[in-house]
Design a protein around this ligand. Structure first.
Ligand code: NAP
Length: 509
């Protein structure tokens, strides 16, 4: 038991956080700051960083401005590029992990194999044959981390090197080689210019073209960084300017604002017209859907790369992969030494294949068999005392998921406060609340560009977007406060005792 500032006795929950990426790190820091000391962070690999640890492909960067793709409580005047490179972001999270004393406490190389709930308690089993119990489990397992290998005939026959962008094989030299890249999404737009510099010939296999906003990745000089270091207000203003730009222009453009959408339509079309000289190539690169229907690419290097002599844009459909390369619908066989799959991710796998079992033996695969749907993106009925960070209906197109997850973190902390005060032992969202939330999402989707007839990872198997269809301001407002009417709350007669809090943050009784 610990005491709050006003002397009230508070329970100290045991919390297991799964995954030491951006959200796992955030939750661990914020829970500890709130005086919750019994926090165990489990990470399946040997390093924190999540997506930024995994994605090491050439050109990897974040197309959200770096000064905004930063925790609000840990600004970074030291970013070296407007859009930070992957290794800069990885270094940032590692620094934050060390600074807040998280890294030393992470249980690395320990994957969660199963989580089972019964009567106010989760039992967690790990790949090291360890069993833990916890009052709460928070899945910080990420969205885009299950690489999709395309289901193309003959793919297993290819004799050259083949790997997905998220599993880049750095032992394969691409200099002077004939390289193929399948896909032209956000990842490919970053990879292609880098590979094009090395390869003897690069064949880009495009199924659908993309709209691109021409915002370059300018370097931030040491002088500018020094100025930001010395002037925190300047740093704050820079962040606010980016937040304004993304929330008022880009997210509005994709969620129904006609003026903003027209502006980005104009920018992207003009970019294509001015950047691509050859009308045949330009036609091949012209999408037939609205700007923003697929995630908008922000980049100035893709179009120049596509016009290099050693780069070939292949738009004839892939018929099969052979031992030597790729056969396309025009009958041509493109011979390749290496094949890069920039074919995206399964965005609705979330914490799976973990064996997650809620109340009454409800398995997560059963709960989600018809549709992957959560209440406020975080809560699944039948899975009490559990939250999913960055679950369905979290992203808003190109907005920062760090900002979005900080709001989710605040929400979880409020629920935990109520638990600590002893108001309940079990909190389980009502199925009716999930249905209402789904109706609310559907109502908003009608106005978005995501339902504009294109295919993208934004859509689930029924064609429903898994994004937040409203403004950033609404996300902040509506996720600020838990509505306990939407939950079944239960107390169990014989109270469980939790591990006592470590001294230091709150007063120990
Ligand atoms: P993606 O956007 O899902 O793109 C996958 C690409 O592969 C598409 O061009 C797709 O074509 C193509 N493809 C898939 N299967 C294919 C097949 N069987 N045959 C031919 N083409 C096939 O994946 P991504 O580029 O990895 O990006 C995913 C998301 O990651 C982004 O939208 C973004 O949210 C995030 N990301 C962010 C950044 C950043 O800077 N912040 C950078 C990279 C990625 P179709 O379009 O025809 O389906």
């Amino acid at each position: 038991m610990i005491k709050s500032n006003d002397g009230e006795r508070l329970r100290n929950p045991s919390v297991v956080i799964i995954g030491a990426g951006m959200t796992g790190l955030l939750l661990t820091i914020k829970l500890r700051e709130a005086g919750i000391t019994d926090v165990t962070l489990l990470e399946k690999t040997d390093r924190l960083g999540g997506t930024w640890r995994e994605n090491t492909y050439p050109g990897v960067a974040c197309d959200i401005p770096a000064h905004m793709y930063t925790y609000s409580f840990e600004s970074n005047p030291g970013w070296k590029h407007r859009f930070a490179h992957g290794n800069e972001i990885q270094a940032y999270f590692e620094r934050v992990g060390r600074k807040y004393g998280v890294t030393n406490s992470i249980r690395f190389n320990e994957a969660v194999t199963s989580c089972t709930y019964a009567r106010g308690q989760w039992t967690i089993e790990t790949s090291k044959q360890q069993t833990l119990t916890a009052d709460f489990v928070i899945n910080c397992t990420g969205i885009l981390h299950h690489p999709t290998k395309p289901d193309i005939k003959g793919i297993e026959r290819f004799q050259g090197a083949m790997f997905h962008t998220a599993q880049w094989d750095h032992s394969v030299p691409l200099e002077g080689k004939r390289v193929g890249i399948i896909g032209t999404g956000s990842t490919a737009a970053q990879v292609i210019p880098e590979v094009a510099k090395q390869a003897q010939k690069l064949s880009v296999f495009q199924r659908t073209p993309q709209w691109i906003i021409p915002l370059g990745n300018k370097k931030i000089s040491e002088k500018q960084r020094e100025s930001l270091r010395k002037n925190p207000n300047k740093l704050r203003r820079l962040r606010l300017a980016y937040e304004w730009g993304l929330s008022q222009l880009l997210t509005k453009a994709v969620t129904g604002a006609k003026l903003q959408n027209a502006l980005f339509n104009f920018i992207c079309k003009r970019n294509l017209a001015l950047s691509i000289k050859d009308p045949v190539l330009r036609k091949k690169l012209t999408p037939d859907y609205k700007v923003g229907c697929k995630r908008i690419i922000i980049n100035t290097t893709f179009y120049p790369a596509m016009q290099r002599d050693n780069v070939d844009l292949v738009t004839d459909g892939i018929v099969e992969i052979t031992e030597k390369g790729i056969k396309t619908a025009d009958g041509k066989e493109h011979e390749l030494d290496a094949l890069v799959l920039s074919t995206g991710f399964d965005p609705t796998a979330y914490m799976r294949p973990m064996n997650m079992v809620g109340k009454n033996d409800l398995h997560i695969n059963t709960a989600w068999q018809d549709k992957v749907q959560n209440y406020r993106s975080m809560c699944t009925p039948g899975f009490p005392n559990n939250f999913l960070m960055l679950g369905p209906n979290t992203p808003i197109g190109n907005y920062s998921v760090i900002a979005m997850s900080e709001v989710q973190c605040g929400y979880i902390l409020k629920v935990l406060e109520q638990w600590r005060a002893g108001d309940f032992d079990e909190i389980d969202v009502k199925p009716s609340a999930v249905s209402q939330f789904a109706d609310y999402m559907r109502a908003g989707m009608k106005n978005t560009v995501w339902v504009g007839g294109c295919q993208s990872w934004y859509l689930d198997k029924d064609g429903d977007p898994i994004l937040w269809p409203y403004s950033w301001a609404r996300w902040e407002q509506e996720m600020a406060q838990p509505d306990y009417e939407d939950f079944n709350l239960q107390s169990f007669a014989a109270q469980k005792t939790s591990a006592p809090a470590e001294a230091g943050v709150c007063e120990t009784l």
